[in-house]
Design a protein around this ligand. Structure first.
Ligand SMILES: Nc1ncnc2c1ncn2[C@@H]1O[C@H](COP(=O)(O)OP(=O)(O)OP(=O)(O)O)[C@@H](O)[C@H]1O
Ligand SMILES: [Mg+2]
Length: 490
């Protein structure tokens, strides 16, 4: 016991000496010399410490985007190394359906690579900037630190880190839940809070090209086009184009334009960004939205003709009227006035820039789709080839399309009513949505009876035919009347 006391006393006095010396340095040594001392101490320590470290921050050089590398490391570590860690954290992922266990902050994990040991640490530090944030976690900067012996420097930098990046990306693709993004309405959008201007839900639309009612040849052409696009990364690089493709889907309501987009997303395994243009304040915000989209995605603008201010003519009208206004009362406003910025709105040129300007070069594999009910209302600049590379007409249901629906909805490939239906579909315009609706009813026994559904469809088609004939008759009568009236006037 006496020896123990002696040993502790010795330790205590050594500690006291160190503290005393440090306080002397703090109080009496001039600051410049102190800095020199610290640097020198670091150098001495480095001689004895053979380990190097590399940090990878969550937000890299591009402040807008979470670093791809960081995300890949996160995925890699939770997939390959989490088993060896003792402090883990669990989160709900895939939008609250699955549990994901990852390595906790400040926990060390080791990895082996070609016989070398490599240590990983996840950590975070408080931002040094003196910014007051209203939301917790805003001022934290997360990062990963990889530590290794300096003789393995080349191995780690040239082989191991690229390996981690590749593996991590593969894991991310494998695990990801595809998502449907929508842009938040401007008034809810707080630039200081939300990391993203998009909000998302899981994308679980069941449509595929198999369930899409369309002529098989047209369908095949679209599938081929998509496949060619997906496989031609090198080609796009070679000809110096951004790796993107535009589709214009046009046709009457209920002909499957939205369904086609879902089928494309499922086929390509892409995310979908549903851009609501009327909720976008101005061109600047549009650009921000674009920057926040990721690769492997479809960006959709539905009913583009209804997004006001897009045709050149309307824009001019608006400009003329606002010029008049500005003569009277807008003068005192500063050029940076935010209200004026609000009024600027998204313009056609802003949208064109969005599609093929400089910004579209930031990252590849994007598809842009416009849908409209009235192709002729659109500005030609918007839909010229090169912007909208392929124009796809979605039209009324014909027999080929009907056969797909009959097979999907009723499991019927042949039926005695098919001939009549074929004839009627040729003469009458009925949208696939309406045809599908007629194939849905259940019989009293809660079963789908093909005979019942098909005869219902025939009836509906006949009704539509009669209604159409009546409409045409009325239109003709009206025309004849209009022709007569001017004569009476004279
Ligand atoms: N070609 C089709 N193949 C299979 N189902 C279809 C097709 N067209 C329409 N439908 C069915 O009709 C419904 C409406 O279709 P959808 O929303 O795709 O039409 P749309 O062309 O986008 O219409 P709108 O112009 O009004 O947006 C869908 O739920 C789908 O089940
Ligand atoms: Mg639609």
């Amino acid at each position: 016991a006496a020896m123990m006391v002696e040993r502790w006393a010795g330790f205590g006095s050594a500690m006291a000496t160190v503290i005393f010396l440090w306080s002397v340095v703090q109080n009496y040594v001039p600051p410049t010399f102190r800095l020199y001392l610290t640097a020198w101490a670091a150098k001495v320590a480095a001689c004895f410490n053979p380990y190097l470290q590399i940090t990878i921050s969550e937000y890299g050089a591009e402040r807008f985007q979470r670093s791809d590398f960081f995300l890949a490391i996160e995925a890699y570590l939770s997939d390959a190394c989490a088993r060896r860690a003792r402090k883990l954290k669990a989160e709900l992922v895939k939008d609250s359906k699955n549990l994901r266990v990852t390595v906790d902050d400040h926990e060390e994990v080791t990895d082996d690579f070609s016989g070398t040991t490599i240590w990983w640490y996840a950590s975070k530090r408080q931002s040094k900037a003196q910014v007051i944030t209203f939301y917790p976690g805003e001022d934290e900067r997360r990062f990963y630190k990889v530590v290794f012996h300096r003789r393995h420097r080349d191995l780690v930098v040239d082989s191991y880190l690229p390996f981690v990046l590749g593996e991590g990306r593969a894991v991310t693709v494998k695990n990801r839940q595809r998502r449907l993004f929508t842009n938040n309405a401007s008034r809810n959008w707080n630039p200081y809070r939300s990391k993203s201007v998009w909000s998302h839900v899981p994308f679980e639309h069941p449509a595929t090209f198999d369930t899409l009612a369309m002529h098989p040849d047209e369908k095949e052409a679209i599938v081929d086009d998509l496949m060619a696009f997906q496989e031609s990364k090198d080609y796009y690089a070679k000809v110096g184009k951004a790796w993107k493709r535009g589709y214009l889907l046009y046709g009457p309501p209920g002909t499957g334009k939205s369904t086609m987009i879902a089928a494309m997303a499922n086929f390509l395994d892409y995310d979908v960004y549903d851009l609501e243009l009327t909720a976008v304040k101005n061109n600047t915000e549009l650009r921000k939205l674009f920057i926040e989209t990721t690769g492997k995605s479809i960006i959709v603008i539905e009913d583009i003709d209804c997004s006001i201010d897009l045709t050149g003519k309307r824009r001019k009208d608006k400009k003329a009227s606002s010029d008049k206004d500005s003569d009277d009362d807008d003068k005192p406003k500063l050029p940076m006035d935010p209200e004026k910025d609000d009024a600027t709105k998204v313009t056609l040129s802003g949208l064109l820039n969005f599609i093929d300007g400089l910004w579209s070069a930031c990252g590849g594999e994007r598809i842009i789709i416009f849908t409209t009910n009235h192709k002729d209302k659109l500005d030609p600049a918007l839909i010229r080839r090169g912007r909208m590379d392929k124009h796809i007409e979605m039209s009324y249901c014909r027999f080929e399309g009907f056969k797909v629906l009959a097979k999907n909805y009723l499991d019927v490939i042949e039926h005695e009513l098919f001939e009549e239906i074929q004839r009627l579909l040729k003469e009458t315009d009925m949208s696939p949505a309406d045809v599908a609706e007629n194939l849905m009813p259940m019989s009293k026994k809660k079963k789908r009876d093909p005979d019942l559904c098909l005869s219902g469809l025939v009836k509906a088609l006949k009704q539509a035919k009669v209604a159409k004939a009546k409409e045409e008759e009325e239109a003709e009568a009206k025309k004849a009347k209009e022709k007569e009236e001017p004569k009476e006037d004279k």
